[in-house]
Design a protein around this ligand. Structure first.
Ligand code: NCD
Length: 333
């Protein structure tokens, strides 16, 4: 499905839409490129020339703090020009279709679109209709996928805990509504992680998730037993049409990471959360930024993996037409 859209005939990244069909080697090379960028931007001058003269449009139809701003920082660190389209102020509220918005921005010679939309499949739609030289990066579509979040999570796990293949990872909370969970599971599986647990009340577990190669637990204590990584998810109240839970307090009691539960984890287990956090719901507030919390590392690493993805997409597009200049940092590390 996404593979012919995401990859060019040489298997290089053309758009980034979802994790499920990305080859292992490509994921590893994105993470390696991100690690190289970490070195390259560690000094006071954080700007690299790789995307100079390119225009990136951030097209967000849903709210975002971390994802939108780290995409913007990433693009600016690579010297791109960035347009942030506030959708509430754009013509879509006047009835313009998604396609018209895309074509209007393309006419301004945008090179890449970073898109977040509440409809699953929106990024695929854009990729199907984009002009040949234009790349689409999915920044979250409905409940479907959030591939750069998965990449930054994999990067963060690898940096702190080593190869995910040997780890036990628990994904806890509102899996039903979470595009992050779906993309993380795909990414972890592709990198060889064999012990992935989904821990949630039955109402927040998607039917058939076992087929993704995970084990489902409805008890947090059993699910957290011996884990190396606890990935907490936000209760996505805005996507809860019906009554999925008696109350947030009850969720915290049964599925929240409390101090007592934290104390029973392995001493080197780490805690992650894509944000935004509901303090006192998924996690007790005093654990959010503890020494074993990687939540702020995730934010910082988001810049690096987004730089890597944009750089690799540009590289594959330009090698296709043979005019990529030698631009320090771009693939030549
Ligand atoms: C996530 C998202 O939007 O899917 N947040 C993020 O991108 N950092 C998760 C969430 O909203 O809970």
């Amino acid at each position: 499905m996404s593979r012919p859209l995401q990859l060019d005939p040489q298997g290089r990244l053309r758009h980034l839409l979802s994790m499920d069909e990305l080859p292992r080697d490509l994921i590893v090379s994105i993470l390696d490129r991100a690690a190289e960028f970490s070195e390259a931007v560690s000094g006071p001058d954080k700007k690299l020339p790789n995307l100079r003269g390119r225009t990136i449009v951030n097209l967000f139809f849903e709210p975002s703090t971390r994802t939108r701003s780290t995409f913007e920082v990433a693009a600016k660190r690579l010297s791109a020009d960035v347009i942030n389209l506030q959708v509430s102020a754009s013509s879509t509220t006047k009835g313009e279709t998604l396609l018209d918005t895309l074509k209007t921005m393309e006419a301004m010679q945008a090179d890449m679109f970073v898109i977040r939309h509440d409809a699953s499949g929106a990024a695929h739609f854009f990729a199907e209709h984009a002009a040949p030289g234009v790349a689409i990066l999915n920044a979250g579509d409905g409940r479907h996928a959030h591939p750069t979040q998965a990449l930054l999570d994999l990067y963060t796990i690898r940096a702190r805990k080593g190869d995910p293949a040997g780890l036990r990872v628990a994904i806890v909370g509102d899996v039903l509504h979470s595009r992050v969970a779906r993309s993380d599971i795909h990414g972890l599986r592709i990198l060889g992680c064999k012990d992935i647990r989904v821990v949630a009340p039955p109402t927040l577990v998607p039917a058939g998730i076992e087929h993704m190669g995970v084990r489902v637990f409805h008890s947090l204590d059993a699910g957290l037993d011996g884990v190396d990584v606890v990935m907490l998810l936000r209760l996505q109240k805005e996507r809860m049409l019906g009554a999925f839970l008696p109350s947030a307090a009850e969720f915290h009691r049964d599925f929240g990471l409390t101090r007592e539960r934290f104390a029973r984890l392995k001493p080197d287990a780490v805690v992650m959360h894509p944000g935004p956090i509901n303090r006192g719901v998924e996690i007790s507030g005093d654990l959010a930024y503890s020494e074993r919390s990687l939540i702020l590392d995730q934010v910082a690493n988001g810049i690096l993996v987004r730089m890597a993805v944009m750089d690799m997409i540009l590289e594959s597009r330009e090698s296709g037409i043979g005019n990529r200049e030698s631009k320090g940092g771009g693939g030549g590390f």
